[in-house]
Design a protein around this ligand. Structure first.
Ligand code: MN
Length: 247
């Protein structure tokens, strides 16, 4: 099995090295990832300038850093390395749950794999502040759970797209739906040190977490696996519209 590994945190993130190490137990691994962090870029693609890559070995892995978005990296990786079977994206420093999936560059890399007819799996974990105030995660502790999740999903399933999230020390793996609870996407004004107005985008949940969702699993200490689809048509609304208009 040929496994293309990408992310949105950039090629030097500890999460991508941990993912590549575990993925190598399941197949041949190549890393193609952004040269700088591209978190919250969603599924942006670079259409107004050319893409280039530089060979950047990470541990024992063939790795390439690209001056583009996560989706660009997957397109380039898949076109330059024949017969890729699956795209793994992550492990992201930070959970990608519920409506956050719309912004996620981690998920977009997996989604680009699915759009190209491959299987795509996004993997994310929660972050904690360490003593130096950097946000990080303990990837050594996470590896057994990563291994278990990949074992479960890489054989016997013919899914196009999966979104997997790990809390610290998961109690188990849980198949879930995407939490679609609404949130306030608030814009909070402030001032920079020179007194100029600036704004931060933050997100606050508005509704309780529903049972069986990705967010519910994480709140209960379980890792969540959510199968996603590329067709975002609201089929109930479409049926209603067709009935109303007699089309
Ligand atoms: Mn990220």
């Amino acid at each position: 099995m040929r496994i293309l590994v990408s992310n949105d945190d950039g090629i030097y993130s500890p999460g991508i090295a941990a993912l590549a190490e575990v993925a190598a137990e399941f197949g041949e691994v190549r890393i193609v990832a952004p040269d700088v962090e591209q978190s919250s870029m969603g599924h942006a693609v670079t259409a107004s300038r050319p893409l280039t890559y530089k060979h950047t070995p990470i541990q024992e892995f063939e790795a390439y850093r690209v001056n583009g978005t996560p989706a660009d990296c997957v397109s380039l990786g898949v076109s330059l390395w024949a017969d890729v079977d699956v795209v793994l994206s992550g492990v992201n420093l930070g959970l990608n749950l519920g409506n956050g999936c719309w912004h996620s560059g981690t998920l977009a890399a997996a989604k680009q794999g699915a759009l190209l007819g491959l299987r795509g799996i996004a993997l994310s974990t929660s972050v904690e502040e360490d003593n130096s105030e950097f946000e990080t995660a303990n990837f050594e502790e996470l590896k057994p759970y990563l291994r278990q999740a990949l074992q479960q999903v890489l054989s016997g399933y013919d899914f196009p797209l999966l979104n997997i999230n790990f809390p610290p020390h998961p109690k188990g793996l849980c198949w879930t739906s995407q939490s679609v609870r609404h949130y306030h996407g608030k814009v909070v004004p402030g001032k920079d040190p020179a007194g100029r107005a600036h704004y931060w985008f933050i997100v606050e949940p508005r509704e309780e977490t529903q049972q069986g969702t990705d967010r519910w699993a994480i709140q209960n200490g379980m890792a969540s696996i959510t199968p996603l689809r590329l067709d975002i048509t609201d089929h109930e609304e479409l049926a209603r519209a067709l009935e109303r208009t007699g089309q």
